[in-house]
Design a protein around this ligand. Structure first.
Ligand code: FE2
Ligand code: FE2
Length: 197
């Protein structure tokens, strides 16, 4: 399936640092593996993985300019957190530049930094693929990878716990959509543990 995406890969290779280009390929591979594991649309997951960080190396001003044409709701908290811009910007960019209109792909990319309540399988797959791709080396990555392949909602719980914890520790604000996701997967995890006992 890879040949079909030469245009996207060539663009990424030309515009991103080597490290981020490699990251994009690894996230696409991981998203494809997760799609196979959980029966999601393989092409959509692969494309979402490939293009999710396409706007991460342009200026915040340029990201903001793209965001101004987004069809998605954008919260005040996100507008005050520049690091969250690139997902929203990318969903606009790939629509305008590559003519990608698939709402699932656009939404997965839009929410890959902040998550949200009621995520679709593709949205969860991209969120987790970005955290557990081959190039990720943080302390608990093997554990989170194992949880994710066992049950993607367990992976999401671990990921949201990490995200909220990180924000609190580093004096960062937390978008409401992130808290919605945290609450949702925490309740699922509480229920899973209760059922286990
Ligand atoms: Fe990203
Ligand atoms: Fe990423």
């Amino acid at each position: 399936m890879t040949d079909k995406y030469q245009e996207y890969k060539a663009y990424l290779e030309k515009t991103l640092s080597k490290k981020r280009f490699q990251h994009s390929l690894y996230v696409a591979d991981e998203a494809l593996k997760l799609a196979r594991r959980f029966g999601a649309d393989e092409e959509k997951c692969y494309i979402a993985g490939l293009l999710h960080d396409i706007c991460k190396e342009i200026s915040y001003d340029d990201q903001r300019e793209l965001m101004s044409r987004s069809q998605f709701e954008i919260s005040e908290t996100e507008l005050n957190a520049q690091k969250t811009y690139h997902g929203i910007a990318a969903s606009v960019f790939i629509n305008e530049e590559f003519g990608i209109t698939d709402p699932e792909v656009l939404s997965a990319i839009r929410y890959h930094t902040v998550a949200k309540g009621g995520m679709s399988l593709i949205e969860k797959i991209l969120y987790m693929a970005d955290l557990i791709s081959f190039d990720r080396v943080y302390k608990d990555v093997d554990y989170i990878r194992a949880c994710t392949y066992e049950d993607i909602d367990r992976g999401m719980y671990e990921a949201m716990k990490f995200s909220v914890n990180y924000s609190v520790t580093h004096m960062r604000t937390i978008p409401k959509s992130t808290l919605d996701a945290y609450n949702e997967y925490t309740l699922i995890e509480i229920k899973r543990l209760a059922d286990e006992n």
